[in-house]
Ligand binder design. Structure first.
Ligand code: GLY
Ligand code: MN
Ligand code: MN
Length: 441
């Protein structure tokens, strides 16, 4: 995927327009240690990537709207170094940072400490996310401290540190058309993997084999790999929400829950869950609960529209689930009371969705003060109701004991949904989910 520097330039302009006369310091991610001196594959910081498209560790971007005449986009990067590149691969260096990534000027990282003062001087505030960047934070604080020491003579210093995130995350929450296209691509590959997984599943296989097929599809299709730890959970394992062992045998008569999605080259993610019978045929109880989750999900998807809220989407799914559970005898009472008291939480213990984007649990506020944030065109959220019947959580007082025939059924159905003019677009529709499609003829 060719990198379009103008795209990132427009984002920086939008960000700087909102920064006013604050200067932003935005660090890249460092490499993360796995064990001893082995590192995890590099994963860029999403805020940094959103503003730069630069995919190397440790870099630091300065965005300097207070310098209308001078450099406003400065990158500090690992310099070209053949001896290091023999070990860890190609680097763009300072020349590449300018020519390819549109920096007004770039310096080797070891000049960051010495040059921060020159670039931050004159800004009314310093926009930096404290608590997240232990390598860069002391340098920012020292620079500000020195400004304050000199203020009586220089006549100026930043008045404070401010958080860049509220601005940046508001921008990231509303996806541009280009981002929606990239998310469609991540969703397409993720949906293909789910279709493949269902087509090869047989009783007696191991969860690990299904996980391997899914992740092989991601890699061989050009994706970076799984967007998060794939969940391939047969039977009762599906009632463990973050089950990632993926090492049990798939049993005849059980359901298989698969929560998997890929991350593509520019980090956009798919996040899909499908649940189907391992032997191709639902039992009566599995069918009842699957139909209920599917109805809840469809009703919730129908609630995704401009002017709606993520809270409404959740409440829509929850109401359908609770009504259905009362009808099936798994809950008792009136639906409003059950919801108010949280008496359903031993069967449905998570929210119905989250924002999706460069992060799987993407950034952006769900509430603005007391009010849930309104959905607007370009937002993308998951819609993922589920039901999980096991003995792990106590049945709330006044609610019926659960008959054994329901136990060990865990179901979630998850799609990625974009808010569009007049309604929504289910970006993951290519992964089938109808009752008929989940069964074998
Ligand atoms: N796979 C992570 C989630 O569904 O939130
Ligand atoms: Mn999700
Ligand atoms: Mn998921």
């Amino acid at each position: 995927m060719a990198m379009d520097p103008a795209l990132y330039g427009r984002r920086r302009e939008r960000f700087m327009a909102e920064l006013g006369s604050a200067a932003a310091v935005i660090p890249a991610a460092p490499l993360a240690t796995h064990h001893a001196d082995c590192e995890w594959p590099f994963r860029q910081n999403s805020d940094f990537f959103y503003l730069t498209g630069f995919d190397e560790p440790d870099a630091v971007a300065l965005l300097l709207p207070h310098r209308p005449e001078g450099e406003r986009f400065v990158l500090f990067v690992h310099p070209k170094d053949p001896a290091a590149e023999v070990w860890t691969g190609f680097r763009w260096g300072t020349e590449g940072a300018v020519e390819r990534f549109g920096a007004d000027i770039a310096y080797p990282l070891d000049q960051l400490q010495g040059r921060l003062t020159e670039f931050l001087d004159g800004a009314d505030a310093i926009a930096f996310r404290v608590g997240r960047h232990p390598q860069v934070e002391p340098l920012v604080l020292q620079t500000w401290g020195r400004q304050l020491d000199r203020a009586s003579r220089s006549g100026s210093a930043a008045l404070g540190l401010v958080a860049p995130c509220p601005i940046l995350h508001r921008l990231r929450l509303c996806k541009e058309p280009h981002e929606l296209d990239r998310m469609r691509e991540a969703c397409r590959l993720s949906a293909e993997a789910h279709e493949l997984a269902r087509s090869i599943t047989e009783p007696g296989m191991n969860e690990a084999q299904i996980q391997s097929a899914i992740e092989a599809h991601f890699r061989s299709s050009g994706a970076r790999g799984p967007a998060y730890g794939s969940i391939v959970a047969g039977g009762d394992n599906a009632c463990v929400l973050h089950y990632t062992a993926n090492s049990a045998e798939l049993r005849d008569g059980d359901l298989l829950l698969i929560d998997a999605g890929c991350s593509i080259s520019d980090y956009y993610n798919g996040d899909i869950t499908r649940t189907f019978p391992i032997n191709g045929h639902f039992t009566a109880e599995q069918r009842d609960l699957y139909s209920l989750v599917l109805s809840a999900q469809q009703a919730a998807i129908d609630a995704v529209r401009p002017g709606g809220t993520a809270e409404e989407v959740h409440l829509t799914a929850l109401t359908v689930l609770v009504d259905g559970l009362i009808e099936l005898g798994l809950l008792s009472g009136d639906s409003e009371g059950v919801i108010e008291r949280g008496d359903y939480r031993h069967l449905y213990m998570h929210r119905t969705g989250h924002w999706l984007g460069l992060d799987v649990h993407d950034v952006g506020a769900y509430r603005l003060g007391e009010k849930p944030a309104n959905l607007t065109e370009g937002m993308v959220l998951t819609v993922e109701p589920g039901l999980y019947v096991s003995d792990r959580l106590a049945v709330p007082e006044g609610q019926p004991a659960i008959d054994d025939r329901w136990k060990g059924i865990g179901i979630r159905i998850e799609d990625d949904v974009a808010v569009v003019n007049g309604g929504c677009e289910v970006m993951t529709a290519a992964a089938q989910k109808s009752l008929a499609a989940m069964e074998r003829p």
